[in-house]
Write a protein that binds this ligand. Structure first.
Ligand code: ADP
Ligand code: GLC
Length: 494
């Protein structure tokens, strides 16, 4: 089976969040499971051509692509995804992608991803490779299924390609003014009030992905249910309900070649379930780097996150003063909204021995925090899957989470399970989205930390869990097969 995996970011080339982790690792797992996989991503300003061995496809040369009435010049580069036989196709259009950042608030953000979707289709035509499935991810790829079914319907070779649209975060929808329909050359047949790409008078790329793909998935079973409700559907719950029989939830896996304390190249002391001594050394190393004092009885709570309201920073701000009364230390890494960046800066100024923050994006520090912290806090308002808590489980870093989406599916509350007569809990969690519940749960976790026997058990329960991609890759296989059958039926009818 041939899979074209299309994404706006992928490790190791470009990353703002978990989508990049998934796009850099799921294709590898699919390829290991026997698929022929090609990855398609934009070639941003920061892709290191020499380091990753990019080769320019001279034979293809210029691909002229029309966006907003202008013909833009696009080129194709290829490389192999490290440690795999997955070919990466880089869509190169400096006019749109050399912007100093991966996503922008520029006036032509819509054009950047209209171009990307068209360019992927045109690249498929030119490399003469007809995938069985085109797997599109998030709003940046949302127009691709529509283009295939309409603007490029003349292409008989791509007619059999089924599309799967994976929602990684329904909160980011790619919503643009109605003028975008002209820029993208979307037919009036699709853009009208209540139509499949229209959202409150605007165009929604996410809605287009939902309405035009053969199947839809998201990144955990709980989130697949949540987005069908007004509370979590971010206005698209009704459209999702109209396709609920085609919506599936598959939990993300982890690339343990990158995220395993036994082999992690970023941490000074590797460790494993059998020999945990390195973890304490990593904690000392991390505290020293952060200029925080070491005290064996004081737990270190880590946070590695985009600093946005989705991640629960509004309830964190409300609880902040009280949280600082708990006997714990904090190591925070993140960037995002200015108000949260400022909040963390001011807490660290007020509590220099307790609280340290690094504002920015830093891969190495994210691994050091996973390895050196005792706990990791993710009080998300919603969380489609969440990867940091899954990494934490493997690092013996006990997650404290709000019970939502993928956090609910991967973290089992220690006390809850203990009361049920089972000592199988691997973390701490709370239901109610409030500063009080957050505070009480952190307090509970810090209290339990003092019982070394219990703590060891909680760590072990997390460390033995296997979230490698194999089992999720099989679920994708079944979904791809379903999508192919749907496409066949559709073509049979057409
Ligand atoms: P999301 O995709 O919503 O941001 P995930 O938990 O799925 O959340 O994935 C976040 C990924 O981004 C993780 O790999 C995490 O380590 C990484 N990350 C988030 N913020 C930073 C940061 N400031 N520096 C380095 N890595 C970060
Ligand atoms: C999104 C979600 C996150 C998920 C990631 C990868 O960014 O916010 O929960 O883990 O995508 O699927």
């Amino acid at each position: 089976m041939k899979i074209a995996f299309v994404s706006s970011e992928a490790v190791p080339y470009s990353k703002t969040g978990g989508l990049a982790d998934v796009s850099g690792s799921l294709p590898k797992a699919l390829e290991k499971a026997g698929f022929e996989v090609k990855l398609f991503i934009p070639k941003y300003f920061n892709v290191d051509e020499a380091k990753y061995g990019l080769k320019y496809r001279w034979d293809i040369g210029e691909m002229p692509i029309r966006v907003a009435g202008h013909v833009r010049s696009v080129h194709l580069h290829q490389a192999m995804l490290p440690d795999s036989n997955v070919e990466v196709n880089f869509i190169d259009c400096p006019y749109y992608f050399f912007r100093g950042q991966i996503y922008t608030n520029d006036w032509d953000e819509d054009e950047r991803f209209i171009l990307f979707c068209k360019a992927v289709i045109e690249a498929l035509q030119r490399i003469d490779w007809s995938p069985d499935v085109i797997h599109c991810n998030d709003w940046q790829c949302g127009l691709l299924p529509l283009f295939l079914k309409d603007n490029y319907a003349w292409d008989k070779k791509l007619k059999t390609a089924a599309t799967l649209f994976t929602i990684h975060n329904i909160g980011y929808q790619g919503r643009f003014g109605s003028n975008t329909s002209f820029k993208a050359e979307i037919s009036g047949e699709h853009f009208y009030p209540g139509g499949p790409v229209e959202y409150h008078g605007d165009i929604s790329f996410m809605k287009a992905g939902i309405m035009f793909s053969d199947l839809i998935s998201t990144v955990s079973e709980t989130y697949a249910k949540e987005i069908l409700t007004p509370e979590y559907g971010a206005g698209l719950d009704v459209d999702l309900l109209s396709r609920k029989d085609d919506l599936y939830g598959i939990i993300n896996g982890v690339d343990y070649s990158q995220w395993d304390p036994e082999s992690d190249v970023f941490i000074p002391n590797n460790y494993s379930l059998e020999n945990m001594s390195g973890k304490l050394l990593n904690k000392k190393h991390l505290l020293k780097n952060l200029s925080l004092p070491f005290d064996e009885n004081v737990p270190l709570i880590g946070m590695v996150s985009r600093l946005v309201v989705q991640k629960g920073f509004d309830i964190f701000s409300e609880a902040a003063e009280e949280l600082m009364n708990i006997k714990a230390q904090w190591a925070v890494l993140g960037n995002g909204e200015e108000k949260y960046e400022n909040l963390f800066r001011s807490i660290s100024e007020k509590y220099p021995d307790k609280f340290s923050v690094y504002i920015g994006f830093n891969d190495e520090l994210s691994h050091l925090i996973e390895a050196g912290a005792d706990m990791l806090l993710m009080p998300s308002h919603y969380e489609p899957c969440g990867l940091n808590q899954i990494y934490s489980l493997r690092y013996g870093t006990v997650p404290i989470v709000r019970k939502t989406g993928g956090l609910a599916d991967t973290v089992q509350d220690w006390d809850e399970y203990k009361h049920a007569g089972k000592e199988t809990g691997n973390g701490f969690s709370f239901d109610d989205y409030s500063s009080y519940a957050l505070f009480k749960t952190v307090e509970r976790a810090v209290g339990t930390f003092q019982n070394k026997g219990f703590w060891k058990k909680i760590q072990l329960n997390g460390m033995v869990k296997d979230y490698s991609w194999e089992s999720s890759a099989i679920k994708y296989l079944l979904l791809y097969q379903l999508a192919i059958n749907k496409r066949k039926q559709f073509n049979g009818r057409a």
